[in-house]
Design a protein around this ligand. Structure first.
Ligand code: AMP
Length: 213
């Protein structure tokens, strides 16, 4: 499958992508994970992206398109891909449309995962992430067995720099201003599926139904 997962930070895009990936081996492509890896590695890309990310602002479109142009042409994408956190602006969506045309790839559709602001705020402030393998935990609903230590790889589990209340509030404002208009963009292209998510399983089921129809 070739899908775009749209939704505010904390809507569950990553969780849904991981479940979909297991169904048919499509590659999960998270621009946030790619950028966090670059920051950790101290690469040029990481140095350029770091300050924007820490503040909860978007990284400039040309940096993101540089990453995606390469990533979408890697061999694992031939089986399908799940775009998690990209595109995030209208210019990125337009550039993606041109890129896919150029490399002769058809998208299935874009999925809007619609979750209320209250649920998102609660989820993000309690979310913790493993610095080693990226596993996601939640201090309320899914704590690690040993505090601060990843159950899967034993590395440190921390609160992301951009998951302080201030950065989260900024990320949600940025989402509403810059990313929410993509819902209209994909609706105009007749490529939008909106799911008001009660659970990631419900989102996955709605996606499977649409793919089968
Ligand atoms: P995420 O993990 O998807 O919430 O992304 C974390 C941060 O990475 C965002 O707050 C942005 O600073 C940056 N980022 C990720 N994807 C993009 C994108 N497509 N365009 C611009 N910035 C991005």
């Amino acid at each position: 499958m070739k899908l775009i997962l749209l939704g505010a930070p904390g809507a569950g895009k990553g969780t849904v992508a991981k479940q979909l990936m297991k169904l048919d081996g499509s590659a999960q492509i998270s621009t946030g994970d790619i950028l966090r890896g670059a920051v950790q590695a101290g690469s040029d890309l990481g140095k350029q992206a770091e300050a924007f990310m820490k503040a909860g602002d978007l990284v400039p479109d040309d940096l993101i398109m540089g990453i995606m142009e390469q990533r979408l042409q890697e061999p694992d994408c031939a089986n399908g891909f799940l775009l998690d956190g990209f595109p995030r602006t209208i210019p990125q969506a337009e550039a993606l449309k041109d890129l896919l045309k150029r490399i002769n790839v058809d998208l299935d559709f874009a999925v809007e995962i619609d979750v209320s602001r209250d649920v998102i705020l609660d989820r993000l402030t309690t979310r913790r992430t493993c610095v080693g393998c990226g596993a996601i935990y939640n201090v309320k609903s899914m704590p690690t067995k040993v505090e601060g230590v990843c159950d899967k790889c034993g590395d440190k589990v921390v609160q992301r720099d951009d998951e302080t209340e201030e950065a989260i509030s900024n990320r949600l404002d940025v989402y509403n201003e810059k990313t929410a208009p993509l819902v209209g963009f994909y609706s105009n292209e007749n490529m939008l599926l909106t799911v008001s998510a009660t659970s990631s399983e419900a989102v996955v089921e709605a996606i499977q139904d649409r793919l089968a129809s």
